[in-house]
Design a binder for this molecule. Structure first.
Ligand SMILES: [Zn+2]
Length: 361
């Protein structure tokens, strides 16, 4: 299904835009998704559990990876009661015999990192993540080094958003704090290329930027299993945002490069995504996501024959009314496409009277 067909009008979720591959491109596992609070074996030494989320995207998949004398939790859910309740049920079912030895975070987003500090406090275990994830988590949790609100408002205004109040709740400093349980202590960072040994299995950490700066996937090449975080999802095109923080000047470029890196993994790879159902068909999904972005890039370039602000491009990229978080994410996505085109020399950025417009070359 293409997002530009009139009947499609896919929802923008917290993680991106609904975008399915054509039927039969992907082969989903037949294991039923576990109910909140329980877990099911999904790959050698890996159990699949689901933590409910209080938003459009109603769950995150988390993984319990066997290690010596227990298990490692990969990703945590948000710091809300329903998430804690689910973990407490998993604790009764699984951790009594397989105690938690560590928590691994794929990336900064609160549905992934939100309960890291809570789990650390509860089980007294190390928390692992990339240094980029930790640095951003520190800025978001403490507010230190965060641009002042006025600067952020100016950023949206300069890109053509007349009513900045519509997105203001999204960048209020306290918003992140409400979804997370605080800043965990991280003693050792996991870097790109690190081999992480848990029990009998070895996982290669692959830095895959674009959706989130410092995002890590974990690849077990011997077992042909990829924990893909939000980098590759089966039915969502992950949100790629260029934002006021500008950690990455070309996030869409980083994302597409990261996809090509993952494309080299075995075609037999079982993909364990953070949202949706585990599947086979990594290469097919990567190709579909790549062409989806290329179609958007062509469309955006066409529209920029007459110079446009990011705000002016939104209706042609997202055929639905955008408000609040959806507007915030769609705005970031439009800018990520525009900045990609600037880097590729396909459009030019022009600033006049404090307003940025993009013009096709
Ligand atoms: Zn994410």
């Amino acid at each position: 299904m293409k997002s530009d067909t009139p009947q499609a009008a896919p929802a923008v979720t917290a993680e991106g835009e609904a975008f399915d591959s054509a039927p039969k491109r992907l082969k989903y596992v037949t294991v039923p998704a576990p109910a909140p609070g329980s877990s099911v074996a999904i790959a050698p030494g890996v159990r699949w559990a689901r933590i409910p989320l209080p938003m459009d995207l109603n769950h995150i998949n988390v993984w319990l990876v066997e290690t010596d004398g227990g298990c490692v939790i990969v990703d945590t859910g948000m710091a809300v009661q329903m998430g804690k309740d689910a973990w407490e049920a998993i604790e009764r079912e699984t951790f009594a015999t397989q105690p938690v030895r560590a928590v691994f975070i794929t990336h900064i987003h609160p549905d992934h990192s939100g309960l890291a500090a809570w789990l650390q406090e509860r089980y007294r275990v190390p928390v692992l993540m990339s240094s980029r994830t930790y640095d951003m988590l520190r800025v978001m949790s403490t507010g230190e080094g965060r641009p002042p609100t006025g600067k952020i408002e100016e950023f949206f205004h300069s890109h053509g958003l007349s009513d900045v109040a519509q997105v203001q709740p999204m960048f209020k400093p306290e918003r992140f704090g409400r979804m997370t349980s605080g800043l965990p202590q991280v003693e050792r960072y996991t870097a790109d290329g690190d081999a992480v040994r848990w029990g009998d299995s070895e996982w290669l950490a692959l830095q895959t930027d674009g959706h989130a700066h410092g995002h890590l996937c974990l690849s077990n090449e011997a077992a042909r299993v990829l924990i893909s975080g939000d980098q590759v999802l089966p039915s969502i095109s992950s949100n790629i945002s260029y934002g006021f923080h500008i950690a990455d000047a070309n996030p869409l470029g980083s994302y597409l490069d990261s996809l090509q890196r993952l494309r080299k993994l075995s075609p037999e790879t079982l993909v364990l995504p953070s949202h949706g159902i585990p599947f086979y068909g990594l290469q097919q999904r990567i190709d579909d996501l790549t062409s989806h972005h290329e179609e958007q890039l062509v469309k955006v370039t066409e529209r920029c024959r007459e110079p446009k602000t990011a705000a002016e491009l939104l209706p042609s990229m997202f055929r639905r009314e955008l408000k609040g978080m959806h507007l915030f994410l769609a705005f970031g996505e439009a800018l990520a496409h525009l900045e990609y085109l600037v880097h590729a020399g396909r459009v030019q950025r022009q600033t006049a009277n404090g307003i940025v417009r993009y013009a096709a070359q």
